[in-house]
Design a protein around this ligand. Sequence first.
Ligand code: FMN
Length: 199
Amino acid sequence: MNNTLIEAIEKRRTQYALGRNIIQAQEEITALIEEAIKLSPSAFNSQSSRAVILFGQQSEKFWHIVMNELRIIVPADKFAPTEAKINSFAAGVGTILFYEDQQIITSLQQQYPNYAEQFPVWSEQGSGIAQFAVWSALANAGIGASLQHYNPLPDAAAAKEWQIPESWKLRAMMPFGSNEAPFPEKSFIDDTERFKVFY
Ligand SMILES: Cc1cc2nc3c(=O)[nH]c(=O)nc-3n(C[C@H](O)[C@H](O)[C@H](O)COP(=O)(O)O)c2cc1C
């Protein structure tokens, strides 16, 4: 059965070779990212996902922050591969920082004490859904991206640089740009290991 959403999802892959050869205007990409996050579901329609969208030098600044933090913990003689990796993220068009607003979660926990333990879990799941929606929307527009987790290393410096509210917790970062390399073959585990279907 043909399905345009499945066809779009199929285009989403991890792209590490990012460049700046894209046709879309920054405003167009911003609108796409915002729409993808807004249309993503969240527990109790809590809409706890937040995003900071960084283009050009702002994105480079973010990766510079990450690099500085990594320099503190990675031995100097082993830093070259780390430096190359961070530079590859900075080589793209921009970076999306995905946050979850903890204030919303605390307020829901107070409102619905029976579900108190679940709200942080649902927040993480909601963030994942938003990340997937953005990643897929970018891929469908021909824009490559990857998902990174350098948090909590850059949290404090990023919060200061972009005046991030205290209640926003950084969960993931997505560098994006033009696809500068083909995607490697991807393997899949057998369907029988994954699915149980009963008709
Ligand atoms: C929850 C989650 C966390 C991930 N974290 C990272 C990460 O920190 N760094 C990274 O390079 N890729 C990360 N990835 C990307 C996966 O490695 C990648 O999606 C997977 O290998 C399948 O490849 P594909 O994206 O090309 O389909 C993450 C993916 C998911 C869903």
